[in-house]
Design a protein around this ligand. Sequence first.
Ligand SMILES: Nc1nc2c(c(=O)[nH]1)N[C@H]1C(S)=C(S)[C@@H](COP(=O)(O)OP(=O)(O)OC[C@H]3O[C@@H](n4cnc5c(=O)[nH]c(N)nc54)[C@H](O)[C@@H]3O)O[C@H]1N2
Ligand SMILES: Nc1nc2c(c(=O)[nH]1)N[C@H]1C(S)=C(S)[C@@H](COP(=O)(O)OP(=O)(O)OC[C@H]3O[C@@H](n4cnc5c(=O)[nH]c(N)nc54)[C@H](O)[C@@H]3O)O[C@H]1N2
Ligand code: SF4
Ligand SMILES: [Mo]
Length: 678
Amino acid sequence: MTVAAEPVDHRSYCRFCIAQCGIIVTTSGDRVVAVKGDPDDPISGGYTCPKGRALGAFHHSPARLDHPLARRDGDLVRVSWDELLDDLHAQLAEIVVESGPDAVAMFLATGSAYDANGRRAGDRLLRSLGSRSRYTSTTVDAPGKMLVSELMAGHPGLLPALDHDNATLVLLVGTNPLVSHGHTNAFPNPSVRLRQLAARGELWVVDPRRTETAKIATHHLAPRPGTDYALLAFLVRELLRDGADQAYLAEHADGVARLAAAVERFDLPQAAAITGLEPDELSRLLAAVRHHGRVAGQTGTGATMSAAANVTEWLMWALHVVTHSYEVPGGMWFQPGFLHRLHKRDLHPSDSVPAPGPRSRPELACRWGEQPCAALADEIEAGNVRALIVLGGNPVTALPEAPRLVEAFRKLDVLVVADVVETDTTALATHVLPCTGQLERPDVPHTVDQFMPVLGTRYTPAVVAAGAERKPMWWPLAQLGRRFGIAVLPGGLDPDGCTDDDLLATLVERSSVGFDELRRERVVVEQQAVFGWVERGLLPEGRWRVAPEPLVSQLKALAPPAPLVLVPHRQLRHLNSQLREPAATAGARPDLPEILVHPADAEAAGVVHGQAVEVRSGAGALVGTLRVDEEIRRGAVSMPHGYAQPNVGNLTSGRVGVDPLTGMVLQSGVPVELAPAS
Ligand SMILES: Nc1nc2c(c(=O)[nH]1)N[C@H]1C(S)=C(S)[C@@H](COP(=O)(O)OP(=O)(O)OC[C@H]3O[C@@H](n4cnc5c(=O)[nH]c(N)nc54)[C@H](O)[C@@H]3O)O[C@H]1N2
Ligand SMILES: Nc1nc2c(c(=O)[nH]1)N[C@H]1C(S)=C(S)[C@@H](COP(=O)(O)OP(=O)(O)OC[C@H]3O[C@@H](n4cnc5c(=O)[nH]c(N)nc54)[C@H](O)[C@@H]3O)O[C@H]1N2
Ligand code: SF4
Ligand SMILES: [Mo]
């Protein structure tokens, strides 16, 4: 008879999403037996969602990667780490000699964003190899946010954050934090936070679907997808006439007359016609802004993935500037990041001139040291990219034109995937690196610290020992670097001698706590919000540029949306492609990849609830199950992403609808047709 080990509780934090909830992980021996919210956590207050609670099941998933794998005669077979790294080095070195360093590309995505050491090692390896072929999930998520930040404030890294403690008028456009836990603004414990905001004043949700968040909001507006810009332009137009803080604008804004001219055509009838909203609804929102005087507004992927992404973000910023809502209590503050400490740095204004596009797609813009994901398949097909290193990503279900991308991946000489479980992408890999998962490694939020709802940080130790032959992601990257004669680790640290903590300590150096103190405290909240550093320290002469020319031009050129368009939505139990299978969640009921359509649109297409339907776009088609839903507006076909079947990447395109300023793939507002599946 075996005696079960005594259960032990460990304090940690969840690294599936930006909420980064404080958790208590209970282990018994090397088994994780329970994960629950940490009631003493000052940020998440004991909250967890089903994904966090599935962490133990995910850790013990039958799909976990245990051993290094390499493809031999068509099959992935177990090899030693040394064999894998030697082989990989030989192949990559040959590619670099034959085709230059840009032929080695890297895709850094969600799984790497929460692995502070691994992410940094990836970036340093690629840079030291001299490759410019860096792809991240930014160009399929929200590059418009960086663009607008740069064009209006002279720095791409500003992230406006809600003042949770004081805001009385909150405006959420195309984001559903009750399910997603926020887009660039984390909402840990979202139902408590949102209810508090609603109780303090007004919470308006702008979304073509009556979402979970809309249901607890004080007001919901359901515009035609892709038309949020017209609603915001209307508000800015009317406020400039009555309600704007004119004294503030005179001192702190350049281009006010150009902004007024740009939004001039968006009067009430015009805004109502474009958005499909009732004039009354628009007038009530305008009255609310005038009444509160200040607004705290946030966009999400419903807006940032649309054709009007940049313009919508710009007008959201303009709304804040016009009402003097940036950097004041009750409005928005700029989250500098506890570890990044933008507010303490000597930042230099940048000019937003894009680098030339990738060789196969010179018309695309490349900004902020990365290539647009829209061009990845082209670059592989053209032979410009021959090796791809995927760090914590599943591009097969994340990027456009999935069938074409899969074919392109098959043509690669080398496809390295560093992951924790088998995925649609490891299935195509030539080399698989089994990495330590979140319970097996210490960490701090580094890449994601600007998304936190407070100026603060966290630390977690490893909760369980690394199983099987798994290694921290930084390790194989550093060993590969060593074979190239490159120091991937900072400060001369030796990949054979150093620990995860040695590396994390170097990331904490710049912050206001010592690493030992952070390790003791686990959570540090330095301030709830910091006000004033952007206006005082960063803006040229303290002035916002409220009418950047490229955005004014984009606004002029916007066309009305097609009658029926694909829009995204996220589901609570899975994150992108993660946790979508029952195996990953110990058999718990998984989300279903249903296609949500309004009854009238279903009737017009001759399809009924529960039926297999075909959705077709200019890029391709898919078949899925229809859910007829009263709560979605007519004209929107809403589908989650992250599934291999149906893969919404069949409908999106790397060529048509790509944003000329950022290379962003059109994923919200793709014209589609609906029919019974044959
Ligand atoms: N449970 C869960 N959480 C997640 C994720 C996940 O997959 N699952 N993914 C994570 C990631 S990578 C991200 S980037 C964030 C995203 O976080 P969010 O941006 O909050 O994502 P969603 O919950 O999909 O909310 C987008 C909303 O936009 C609406 N929408 C669609 N088109 C339009 C439009 O044209 N206008 C307006 N106004 N609304 C529109 C949709 O109906 C949907 O309700 O979530 C993160 N959190
Ligand atoms: N049509 C359409 N396409 C979309 C979207 C959409 O709404 N509609 N959303 C877009 C958005 S916002 C995003 S961010 C992208 C997401 O694109 P990806 O980031 O590629 O998507 P994920 O499925 O989250 O992939 C994360 C991978 O990391 C792995 N992982 C998890 N934990 C770890 C770890 O500790 N270490 C390592 N090494 N790996 C780990 C997971 O197993 C998974 O394979 O998709 C985009 N694509
Ligand atoms: S909201 Fe859920 S997935 Fe996100 S950090 Fe919290 S427990 Fe993890
Ligand atoms: Mo994302």
